[in-house]
Design a protein around this ligand. Structure first.
Ligand code: 8DG
Length: 144
């Protein structure tokens, strides 16, 4: 049962490049789930809207600025971790300003949607990765 646990609100974003790949970020050492892959994003600050949290976190973590209207709601994860319940909307974003520059020493990589589930994902992201794989174009180009 997941009673009596705090609810943690996190907002995350699947950035999608011109080839249809999704940007994944590796949790740095020292954080919980270190070494596992996740979508860029982070916890909401008090009074903050999820979209504003995404814009702030993408700037802080990656040095890019998505415009608010480019954030497209995709789905959400509701996951019971041992010590909190996570509620995490995931947005898609295909347009942003600035050049990608991981600012927190984290490793990032662009992944074709059909390879997302092969990553060692944080537990709450596994279902979302399956949804992305099933709903986004694979991104690969075929010649015949
Ligand atoms: N950013 C992000 N966090 C996720 C995802 N999936 C998932 O379970 N989480 C969890 C991991 C953490 O317990 C929590 C987010 O915490 P965080 O440490 O990344 O957030 P933050 O950047 O605001 O952290 P900090 O300022 O406290 O260091 O949500 C995801 O796809 N992206």
């Amino acid at each position: 049962m997941s009673l009596n646990k705090p609810l943690l609100l996190v907002a995350a974003c699947a950035l999608i490049d011109a080839d249809g790949r999704v940007l994944m970020s590796q949790r740095p050492s020292g954080k919980d789930h270190a070494g596992m892959w996740e979508f860029p994003g982070g916890k909401l600050e008090t009074g903050e809207a999820p979209e504003d949290a995404v814009v702030r976190e993408l700037y802080e973590e990656l040095g890019i600025e998505p415009c608010l209207r480019c954030l497209q709601p995709f789905g959400f994860s509701s996951f019971a971790y041992d010590d909190f319940n996570l509620l995490m909307p995931l947005y898609l974003c295909r347009q942003w300003d600035g050049f990608l520059r991981p600012t927190e020493g984290q490793k990032v990589k662009w992944v074709f949607p059909d390879r997302l589930t092969e990553l060692n994902l944080v537990p709450a992201d596994v279902e979302l990765a399956r949804e992305l794989r099933d709903r986004l174009p694979s991104g690969r180009r075929f010649t015949d």
